[in-house]
Design a protein around this ligand. Sequence first.
Ligand SMILES: CC(C)(COP(=O)(O)OP(=O)(O)OC[C@H]1O[C@@H](n2cnc3c(N)ncnc32)[C@H](O)[C@@H]1OP(=O)(O)O)[C@@H](O)C(=O)NCCC(=O)NCCS
Length: 169
Amino acid sequence: MDVRLEPWSDSRFGLLERINTPLMRRHVGGPETPEQLLLRHRRYLELPSLGGVMYAVLVDGEEAGSIAHHRRGWRGAEVHETGWNVLPEFQGRGVALAAGRAMLAALRAEVAADPASPGVLHAFPAVDNAASNALCARLGFTDGGPCDFEYPQRSGRFLRSTDWHLALR
Ligand SMILES: CC(C)(COP(=O)(O)OP(=O)(O)OC[C@H]1O[C@@H](n2cnc3c(N)ncnc32)[C@H](O)[C@@H]1OP(=O)(O)O)[C@@H](O)C(=O)NCCC(=O)NCCS
């Protein structure tokens, strides 16, 4: 199985629509409206100018999911944050693990080359998202315990999440 990451491009809007289902978004508040999805797509395209990247995950050349890192404020400091999605038909085969490792290698290289870049990566899966919490552990993150995590940012909606963290240098 060949798992590759490609920086987000305009042609990936269809992938975003395939991720925007009740099943895929059951731990993050459900599907978004077409308008919200278009705004999300535009944010993904602009992420590199804000020190982040959204990637399409390709398995043997086929669109299988997404994975990102971006910067955010967390408890008074700037950190990197990651999040991921693997479409149901590709789940349970190690795709997220391979994509996570590839994303981490790219982010670590970037952080090593930029002394001003934050040195820690966080992930905030909902406490009952077994697959995503298992993935954090498998990627070597440390469990920092439960927290109330605002998602989407500035929405006023809070998810009971696990605060996982991983040193990048
Ligand atoms: C989380 C998600 C990306 C995992 O994708 P995946 O490709 O199926 O994951 P992998 O096959 O690489 O498995 C990674 C680890 O998670 C474990 N895992 C996967 N699904 C699991 C489940 N349902 N319950 C418990 N553990 C699970 C695997 O066993 C593996 O750990 P191991 O190697 O120690 O056995 C996928 O389930 C998903 O997209 N879910 C919906 C969207 C979502 O919730 N995104 C995260 C928001 S924070």
